[in-house]
Design a protein around this ligand. Structure first.
Ligand SMILES: NC(=O)c1ccc[n+]([C@@H]2O[C@H](COP(=O)([O-])OP(=O)(O)OC[C@H]3O[C@@H](n4cnc5c(N)ncnc54)[C@H](O)[C@@H]3O)[C@@H](O)[C@H]2O)c1
Length: 369
């Protein structure tokens, strides 16, 4: 016995579209089972460039493809529109899908601007469709293990959390899509891009956020797009963000696209009353008790910084597959999905609060974000 198939239309042929389509292709091969019955997946892809579209459709054995977005929902009887286009192209296709009564899933951010996110969240709630957003960092093995440990209460109250994440994008932009540096397409720089992850992650892991303070730095302003030549980067490329949490803890995030020390994934440190956690995407270490005591000896060689920290068992997973499986399940069962667009809207409000703080020089508080 099987359920009715769920037909996905993935929008885009870029980096994230590959991750979403790859996850869905896996779920098509190893279907999600709900109440003893498999849920068949039908995978369609939309892209404006026919060559890229055909190549991607081949890679994932797509069931259909379209280089025309208008009319595709009806033509292919789509159940879910999954948006992986540039930020400025999130709003219109998602709004059209909601208006057509379709379920909607998107990579972050929800809308390019806060009013867009507000309208999208309100429309999806009103339409009664399922709405989800990728917040992949929550679903990695490291943060999952850390959250479980924090929730046991064994480590005591959290004092603070600190995240560092960055790498270098040279003036000739070859290691990420150049549109991230063009406000017209991105709607914002590293705050818009990376804090859409970290406000969500820390608010979920530590406690709801109650205020934030942000400083930004422009970075490299004269950049070059390998395809379209020189351009002026008109977005912030680094940020130093402070946060306060409802449980009294404080937090700090430093994120940069012009950082020389390279990291493919963020590092998160969490200090608690009875120990600490060090977390990366798929790894986690715990320190219990008092830890090494402070002795100032400038002549000594430093100890291994992880001395006394024990590895915590993690279950590495593809967070895109984890999230899309849960989304498929929520469509079949009718249960609520999390993270949904009200959570995405809350995160977007904090991103706006960060920009406001950078402009005013003050800490920004939001009541009931
Ligand atoms: N979850 C994550 O970790 C993560 C990481 C990177 C990006 N993202 C988000 O994913 C989304 C896509 O980012 P990406 O890195 O895959 O970018 P990308 O440049 O690789 O892909 C963007 C896609 O948009 C398409 N596109 C651009 N302009 C278009 C137009 N006018 N008409 C039709 N299609 C158009 C491109 O052809 C491409 O298919 C963004 O919203 C970004 O914020 C999320």
């Amino acid at each position: 016995m099987t359920h009715d198939p769920v037909t996905f239309l993935v929008l885009g042929t870029g980096r994230m579209a590959h991750r979403h389509a790859g996850a869905l292709a896996k779920i098509r091969t190893e279907p999600e089972v709900v109440a003893g019955a498999a849920v068949p997946i039908i995978l369609g892809i939309y892209g404006r460039n026919i060559d890229r579209l055909k190549t991607m459709a081949d890679v994932f054995s797509a069931d259909f493809m379209s280089d025309h977005l208008e009319g595709s929902i009806d033509r292919f009887d789509v159940d879910v529109v999954d948006n992986c286009l540039v930020n400025r192209l999130h709003y219109k296709p998602l709004m059209q899908a909601v208006a057509a009564g379709k379920h909607v899933f998107t990579d972050k951010p929800l809308g390019a601007t806060l009013p867009e996110s507000e309208k999208l969240a309100a429309a999806a709630l009103k339409a009664g469709v399922r709405h989800g957003i990728i917040q992949n960092m929550r679903f990695q093995g490291g943060p999952q293990a850390a959250k479980k440990l924090l929730d046991t209460g064994d480590l005591g109250p959290v004092f603070h959390a600190r995240v560092v994440f960055g790498y270098n994008v040279p003036a000739l932009v070859t290691n990420r899509p150049p549109w991230f540096f063009k406000r017209e397409e991105s709607a914002g720089g590293v705050v818009h891009d990376m804090m859409a992850h970290f406000y969500d992650l820390l608010g979920w892991m530590i406690s709801p956020i109650i205020s934030t303070h942000c400083l930004t730095f422009d970075g490299i302003t004269e950049r070059e797009d390998p395809d379209h030549g020189p351009f002026r980067s008109d977005v912030e490329e680094s940020c130093a963000v402070n946060l306060r949490f409802e449980n009294g803890a404080i937090g700090q995030v430093f994120s940069s696209w012009v950082r020389r020390r390279h990291e493919d994934i963020p590092t998160i440190e969490i200090d608690c009353a009875n120990g600490g956690l060090l977390v990366t995407a798929n790894r986690c270490w715990v320190q219990r008790g008092d830890g090494p005591l402070f002795h100032y000896d400038p002549a000594a060689e430093q100890d291994d910084p992880l001395h006394g920290w024990e590895p915590v068992k993690t279950t590495p997973a593809d967070p895109f597959e984890v999230q899309l499986r849960a989304f498929v399940r929520s469509i079949v069962t009718g249960d609520a999905y999390s993270p949904d667009w009200s959570e995405a809207l809350r995160t977007h409000r904090w991103v706006e609060a960060a920009y406001e703080s950078n402009a005013s020089g003050h800490e920004t508080h939001i009541e009931n974000p």
